[in-house]
Design a protein around this ligand. Structure first.
Ligand code: SF4
Ligand code: SF4
Length: 320
């Protein structure tokens, strides 16, 4: 039996909603089939007031063994580093995070806010929000660069705004069933099993990308969203087009550009207002190339590809 405690800092509860909607496995399966004992969760916990406070104190003291500490949301440090803007169970949440992380075997950050600050940590960051072990791309975060859980791993980061339900429950199962050692983490401590490939992998618009057939409208069923609508699929690590949302679809399949929500910079607030859904260009070239593509090769290739685009690439591929 693995004891799991889930707390929430500066967040919108989106990752909790995602977790509660998980299907493979579901939140119930974690308890009934995978030996996870949920000590407390903001939507599932039954303890309140002093009972909850005592539970947390017992985890900190070691009276209750804490196997997995899950954190959703940012660590709020305002005002002036006190954390008083986010008090929980009688003290600043940041102090619980600090104490609980020291005693947990594994610490898992769920969603962009917990992994690297997400939306709350956007400049000017009035809540002095921090991610657990990163602030945007900067390694360190609230717990510091050197932090490792008692089992020897750094914070396991499962980003996303929100994270896909399967990413959450499948990683929790791996950790709870003693397979955490099989998790290979990338430079941002994301499990490679979910975050090695690009969002573009499996996108149904790949042929339109290759032939440089663009769409300028949301929801249109043909045309790639990269050239005019700012799709970040070729620069973002996620399996959104391999592990579909609701087992049905993905943003790009539905005609909505990927916003890059699994990358530390999300939500890319350095863009000028009103330009999120617009591909940033410099002299007609995308300002940011798909990962691994040489600008000169891109110019040659994309010009030729557009000229060579077959008629079917312009057609609505879903007409029956
Ligand atoms: S819509 Fe986005 S993810 Fe799909 S092929 Fe175009 S750039 Fe890639
Ligand atoms: S398609 Fe992009 S923005 Fe949408 S959930 Fe996946 S990674 Fe995030």
């Amino acid at each position: 039996m693995a004891n799991l405690l889930w707390l929430q800092g500066g967040a919108c509860s989106g990752n909790t909603m995602s977790f509660l909607n998980a299907e493979e496995p579901s939140a119930c399966d974690l308890v009934t089939d995978f030996g996870i004992n949920i000590l407390w969760h903001p939507s599932l916990g039954v303890e309140l007031g002093t009972n909850l406070q005592q539970l947390l104190k017992d985890c900190v003291s070691g009276k209750i063994k804490l196997d997995i500490f899950v954190f959703e949301g940012t660590v709020v440090k305002a005002p002036n580093g006190t954390g008083a803007w986010n008090r929980f169970a009688g003290r600043a949440m940041k102090d619980w995070v600090s104490d609980l992380s020291k005693v947990a075997d594994f610490v898992v950050a769920i969603g962009d806010c917990a992994t690297w600050g997400g939306i709350p940590a956007m400049a000017p960051n009035p809540s002095e929000s921090d991610g657990l072990q990163f602030l945007k791309r900067n390694h360190g975060g609230f717990l510091g660069k050197e932090f490792k859980g008692k089992a020897g791993l750094p914070v396991i980061n499962i980003p996303g705004c929100p994270a896909h339900p399967d990413w959450v429950t499948q990683i929790l199962v791996a950790v709870a069933t003693g397979r955490a050692g099989d998790l290979s983490l990338d430079e941002f401590q994301r499990p490679k099993t979910f975050f090695q490939s690009f969002t573009q992998t499996g996108c149904t618009r790949n042929m339109h990308f290759a032939y440089k057939v663009s769409t300028t409208q949301f929801g249109q069923r043909n045309g790639c969203l990269f050239y005019d609508l700012g799709c970040r699929g070729p620069m973002t690590h996620s399996p959104c087009n391999r592990i579909l949302w609701n087992r049905q679809s993905s943003k790009t399949r539905a005609g909505m550009p990927c916003l890059g929500c699994t990358e530390p910079e999300f939500p890319f607030h350095d863009l000028a207002p009103g330009t999120v859904f617009k591909t940033q260009t410099v002299m007609g070239m995308p300002k940011e190339m798909p990962k691994g593509v040489e600008p000169l090769a891109y110019v040659k290739y994309s010009g030729a590809a557009k000229l060579a685009a077959p008629k079917w690439a312009e057609e609505d591929m879903f007409v029956v």
